[in-house]
Design a binder for this molecule. Structure first.
Ligand SMILES: [Cu+2]
Length: 96
């Protein structure tokens, strides 16, 4: 089990949305638990390759679990309009 904790938020100063964590590294076969708390704005958490798509309501910790069943580099991102393009994404590295 690999556990990660991150915040999802919109920065009024920088005028763009963020995840507080930009990278997660796990081993193939690991059960991955990601705790995401949205502290400002409207966001979700998506990893297409692992069929992860979770709404993250404001101020509620969401616990997302999946098995890293394939190796490679994948992107986790927020699918709200414009957020990924503005930089709200990170890299999930699954090593053999
Ligand atoms: Cu977002």
């Amino acid at each position: 089990m690999k556990e990660f904790v991150m915040q999802s938020y919109y920065s009024p100063e920088q005028k763009r949305p963020f995840f507080s964590l930009s990278e997660m590294v796990v081993k193939k076969g690991d059960l991955v638990r990601v705790k995401v708390t949205n502290t400002f704005g409207m966001h979700d958490f998506v990893i297409d390759e692992f069929d992860v798509k979770r709404e993250t309501p404001l101020s509620e910790e969401q616990v997302i679990e999946f098995t890293a069943s394939k190796a490679g580099e994948f992107v986790y991102y927020c699918s709200k309009p414009g957020h990924r393009a503005a930089g709200q994404w990170g890299t999930l590295k699954v090593v053999e």
